[in-house]
Design a protein around this ligand. Structure first.
Ligand code: THU
Length: 134
């Protein structure tokens, strides 16, 4: 799975975003260790706080199917193309739970224009299972 292809899958997933309130559509494509890709979009609520980000939609789909180890996630979104869409803090924390420091986060404006960061760059000194050991 190339970074381009993963970005393309995130862009396709963005088309399913349900974001009538913010009009900020986001798509994500999460690459599992076995090569399977789980996609997600943001899903908003009129009550606002139940809103689920695209990244967490993809993660919840995968984990609820028994998949827990991931290599990369591509994220794309914005109102009109716009700028790179970085995962929010809650999504960074949830990605850390299953991806750890080395998960590759591909922040894509398009299939050709993307940046790659290890999750440790977006969530330095992450709090995780290791901190609850002992
Ligand atoms: N959103 C995501 O889906 N992922 C992010 O990482 C940033 C924010 C969504 C949530 C909400 O539906 C909209 O974008 C505006 O915040």
């Amino acid at each position: 799975m190339t970074n381009q292809l993963l970005a393309a899958k995130a862009i396709t997933a963005k088309a399913l975003a349900y974001a009538p309130y913010s009009k900020f559509n986001v798509g994500a494509a999460l690459l599992a260790e076995d090569g399977t890709v789980y996609t997600g979009c943001n899903i908003e609520s009129a009550a606002f706080s139940p809103t689920c980000c695209a990244e967490r939609t993809a993660l919840v789909k995968a984990v609820s199917e028994g998949v827990r180890v991931f290599k990369a996630i591509a994220v794309t979104g914005g109102r009109d193309g716009g700028d790179y869409c970085y995962p929010c803090g809650v999504c960074r924390q949830m990605l850390y739970e299953f991806g750890g420091d080395n998960l590759q986060v591909i922040v894509a404006k398009s299939e050709e224009d993307f940046r790659i960061h290890p999750l440790s760059e977006l969530l330095p000194y992450g709090f995780g299972a290791k901190d609850l050991e002992g």
